[in-house]
Design a binder for this molecule. Structure first.
Ligand code: B12
Length: 159
């Protein structure tokens, strides 16, 4: 099967560089092709890279608290650029300070994100949902996923 292609990066004026490198490594190890745009990436750069690589998903990271402003309008811009329906995730410390995750998730989903990941979500959880959403889970991964979904729900409750 063709490898699925991901475009990843840290949006805005955010310089937190560690998490995105870990995600790049983990996604490659899991069999994805990855274009890591690094830090301080604009919406336009995510979109241009997704078009250039015919990406299957765009994964946006934000740590410094300005995520909500930085991603505003991203879904509309992607649609206008011809990326209608592309899978779009956001994760990290995406809002200022501590806020109930369920409310944060609701706000970002309303902005067009397919999934929203709570701070510190481990890569195996991201990889499970990516494979699930892209329809490439094996039957054993589906089985193992039941535990991941249960643990993830519990972790999000505590966030
Ligand atoms: C190191 C660090 C810095 C370093 C960054 C160095 C570098 N070049 O990387 C420096 C000192 C530069 C820095 C600066 C700032 N920082 Co800082 N920083 C941190 C710190 C301590 C660790 C971040 C880190 O590397 N974590 C380790 C990695 C592995 O974890 P991660 O980034 O969370 O990523 C993982 C997951 O979250 C997840 N993930 C992340 N993104 C995504 C996206 C998707 C789609 C998915 C699926 C998963 C996912 O996967 C990753 C891998 O497991 C955190 C606190 C903390 N403990 O998290 C604060 C923290 C992120 N920083 C914070 C702040 C406020 C700042 C500053 C604004 C401070 C200031 N006033 O100047 C500046 C911002 C500068 C800028 N323009 O970006 C706050 C953000 C608070 C908020 N969101 O409300 C934090 C949370 C500290 C705090 N508790 O207040 N910081």
């Amino acid at each position: 099967m063709d490898k699925k292609h991901l475009v990843i990066g840290v949006i805005g004026a955010d310089v937190h560089a560690v998490g995105i490198r870990i995600l790049e490594y983990a996604f490659r190890e899991a069999g994805f092709e990855v274009t890591n745009l690094g830090v301080m990436v604009s919406q336009e750069e995510f979109i241009a890279a997704a078009i250039e690589t015919a990406a299957d998903a765009i994964l946006i990271s934000s740590l410094y608290g300005h995520g909500e402003l930085d991603v505003r309008g991203m879904r509309d811009k992607a649609d206008e650029a011809g990326l209608e329906g592309i899978l779009m995730y956001v994760g990290g410390n995406i809002v200022v300070g501590k806020q109930p995750f369920s409310e944060v998730e609701k706000r970002f989903k309303k902005m067009g994100f397919d999934r929203v990941f709570a701070p510190g979500t481990p890569p195996d959880v991201d990889i499970y949902y990516l494979k699930k959403d892209l329809g490439i889970l094996t039957s054993s991964e589906k089985e193992a996923g039941k535990l991941i979904e249960a643990q993830n729900a519990k972790r999000e409750e505590l966030t």
